[in-house]
Design a protein around this ligand. Structure first.
Ligand code: PMP
Length: 411
């Protein structure tokens, strides 16, 4: 027994820091710690997100509200009145009026009876799907990892359909319905519970789910629909997301989103019927067994949501998106999707790395997205303008794309 080693050889799994730097698999967190990683490209020892020195064109801070004085004041005021942290789970002593104000505003914006705030979007997805305990989940092949992990933890049958493809979803529903019908006929069992889950705006593809067609199919087959509006909340329609933009509030059963992107804060939420929220309060383990969302984060998100709905930031963002998309397409890049996320697909991962390095050397930060985050041969630069970029910023970004693209022979 003495020679026995049942531990984990993590260093062997990772490889040395040098090996990882060489293979370029260091995470940005390592890179900042290891200052100078960008030194050769940028000619200086910059932390990765020094926004005085570099223009970031890949942030989820879509409305630029993390820097807004009013959002910062709201967080400060909550810290001063209710404290910086919740101090416990909301079902113990962590519940505050700041949480309820946020949830009321979210429900009003999303057109639902109620909403519930979680400590992250990840926790909201995993907690909701596991609490529902579906028998079968139909999941878009490009769904976010937190939806995928929710499906895994729910330990149910998950059927993956082709990305944004209603015909593929129909095939999956029809085949599974045939199985259910024959089982029911044999055993006289009750109807199963089925859940269709999809992002609305896909974060590295820039695509928008065909929600109305998905709702038609859900109704035809008696399934529920759950959407992840992480990249749509605060941006589409009056801030209510793609569901609101398409008038589907009464046809989508579960509207999930994050507070961490356009809402400039941290946390997640689920909006839906009174019965849904009541059951999540009781059954979602990531809600009950985790410290409540920090009141500072809740207050910042409330103010940001209010601003997203009532300020001009949204229009400014969409103007910037149109300008950048137009410029990139004129250069010859084909940009899939129709959202604020503009993926410049270069294919080979070495090209994506070289492109990102070239942009970084010119002060433009657009990290490359490579396998396994995207399929092999689909490496890309995920370009995302924000509302506070001005005209000159967009022009600088476009000029850099043109120069680097030509240097690499990719134009
Ligand atoms: N869903 C999607 C589509 C996301 O992009 C993210 C975050 N990148 C999440 C959920 C998780 O949200 P959070 O960061 O608040 O945990």
């Amino acid at each position: 027994m003495e020679d026995c080693d049942r531990g984990f050889d993590l260093e062997a799994r990772l490889g040395s820091l040098e090996e990882r730097a060489q293979k370029r698999t260091l995470s940005p967190v390592d890179r900042v710690a290891e200052r100078g990683y960008f030194a050769d490209a940028a000619g200086g020892d910059l932390p990765v997100l020094d926004t005085d020195e570099a223009l970031v064109f890949s942030s989820n801070n879509y409305l630029g509200l993390t820097d807004d004085q009013r959002v910062q004041d709201a967080a400060r005021q909550a810290a001063a009145t209710v404290g910086t942290g919740a101090g416990a789970s909301r079902i113990i002593t962590g519940d505050t009026m700041v949480h309820h104000d946020l949830e009321r505003l979210l429900a009003e914006t999303k057109g639902t009876e109620r909403a519930l705030a979680f400590s992250s979007g990840y926790a909201a997805n995993v907690g909701t799907i596991t609490a529902l305990e579906p028998d079968v989940i139909f999941s878009d092949e490009r769904n976010h990892a937190s939806l995928i992990d929710g499906c895994r933890l729910a330990d149910c049958e998950t059927i993956v359909y082709d990305h944004c493809d209603p015909a593929s979803l129909r095939d999956a529903l029809e085949s599974r319905a045939a199985v259910a019908d024959s089982t029911n006929a044999d055993a006289g069992t009750e109807d199963e519970s089925w859940l269709i889950v999809t992002d609305t705006v896909f974060s590295v593809d820039g695509t928008v789910a065909p929600l109305s067609a998905i709702c038609d199919l859900a109704e035809e087959f008696g399934a529920w629909v759950m959407v992840d509006e992480a990249h749509a909340t605060g941006l589409y329609a009056d801030g209510g997301g793609v569901v609101q933009a398409e008038g589907l509030e009464d046809r989508v059963h579960i509207q999930m989103g994050t507070l961490s992107k356009a809402l400039a804060s941290q946390g997640g939420y689920v909006a839906g019927s009174d019965a849904l929220i009541e059951s999540l309060l009781n059954e979602a383990r990531s809600f009950a067994f985790s410290t409540g969302l920090a009141p500072t984060a809740a207050a910042a998100a409330s103010e940001a949501l209010h601003l997203a709905r009532h300020s001009e930031a949204r229009e400014q963002l969409w103007e910037n998106v149109a300008h950048l998309r137009d410029g990139l397409e004129t250069m010859g890049f084909s940009i899939p999707g129709e959202s604020q996320i503009l993926p410049v697909i270069v294919g080979d991962q070495r090209d994506a790395l070289a492109f990102a390095d070239g942009l970084r050397a010119r002060g433009i930060v657009v990290p490359p997205i490579r396998p396994p985050a995207v399929p092999e041969g689909e490496s890309r630069l995920r370009v995302a303008p924000i509302a506070t970029h001005d005209r000159d910023d967009i022009i600088t970004c476009l000029e850099s794309f043109r120069t680097v693209g030509s240097e690499l022979g990719l134009l």
